[in-house]
Design a protein. Structure first.
Ligand code: DUR
Length: 304
């Protein structure tokens, strides 16, 4: 089987190069997770039993499960980890679907807030920012400019070891509905809302200590908290989903092609306490996956 078009490769059969689906194989309401096992668990437990589940597994590790929930077509897509995988997923699914999309990410994260305890859930109602390693900072020379430029780099933070982006918001209606459904399922005390920080590494830009690399990240959590006091979670995907959803179909005059509209929201299970050090157990994860997975599907199918 050959792929044509180096700009946006599609197979002879119309399948995208990485996610591997073609027109008609993905529903317009999508739940995206990282772990394929989580995708299968949620589909097997909650999808309507009278509609067969169609599975497409790609060579690059994407798994798409399409079926119905309460009579409405839905897909669950497992994408693995990281902003690149989220980028593949959103763009390739957008290329083989027609009309507006609603996408909820349901993943895992670390917590940098007392309000978000291990074994509970968070919804990124305030949106997400992206924390990226400033690669140039680590190449030995750092800021080798002089005079005014050096001073400017210092005050603008251009040579800081990590960069924090501006905030991108979720679709507020989708996000608010998600909060109420998750609170209903898990209990209001077990759901924190706030800002997500999406990092380009599990390690350096999530402020983990690795003696084998000089990561300069001892101050990072404090820096994030100072600039964004509403930051509660650290993970690796949500920002890219919200960012691409906010950009999809936008034209030069600022208007949005309604056929390309993407509404997105994000929720996570808190796996790691990055202030204290606690980590989630397998039993708690399983319980959260089932109940929050259902809440996400409810949100998607009720969203008008
Ligand atoms: N994740 C993090 N940081 C954590 C816990 C979970 O990034 O502390 C998420 C994002 C990524 C995967 O998909 O889980 C990495 O283990």
């Amino acid at each position: 089987m050959g792929f044509t078009n180096a700009n946006f490769p599609l197979g002879d059969d119309g399948r995208t190069y990485h996610v591997g689906t073609k027109l008609g194989e993905t529903a317009n309401k999508i739940l995206t997770v990282g772990d394929p096992a989580r995708a299968k668990l949620i589909a097997q437990t909650h999808f309507d039993k009278d509609v067969p589940i169609k599975e497409v597994s790609s060579k690059r590790g994407f798994v798409t499960l399409t079926g119905a929930y309460k009579g409405v077509p839905v897909s669950i897509v497992a994408i693995g980890m990281g902003i690149s995988m989220m980028d593949f997923f959103v763009r390739e699914v957008r290329a083989v679907t027609e009309g507006p999309l609603d996408i909820i990410r349901f993943g895992s994260c670390g917590s940098i807030s007392e309000r978000a305890k291990v074994g509970t859930l968070a919804v990124a109602t305030d949106g997400a920012v992206c924390a990226t390693r400033n690669y140039d900072h680590f190449t030995g020379t750092g800021d080798n400019s002089a005079g005014l430029t050096k001073w400017l780099n210092k005050v603008t933070g251009r040579n800081d070891p990590y960069h924090l982006s501006q905030v991108v918001k979720p679709d507020s209606r989708l996000s608010n509905k998600l909060v109420s459904k998750i609170k209903e399922a898990a209990g209001a005390d077990n759901v924190a809302t706030g800002l997500n920080v999406t990092a380009d590494s599990f390690y350096s830009s999530q402020a983990r200590y690795d003696p084998r690399f000089p990561d300069d990240n001892q101050q990072l959590v404090e820096t994030i908290q100072k600039r964004y006091p509403n930051a509660i979670t650290l993970e690796m995907e949500s920002f890219m989903l919200l960012h691409l959803a906010a950009c999809s179909g936008r034209k030069a005059d600022g208007s949005v092609d309604p056929q390309l509209r993407i509404r997105a929201a994000a929720t996570t299970m808190i796996f790691a306490d990055r202030l204290g050090g606690e980590f989630i157990t397998y039993e708690v994860t399983e319980k959260l996956e089932a109940l929050a997975g259902k809440a996400c599907l409810e949100t998607l199918v009720e969203m008008q």
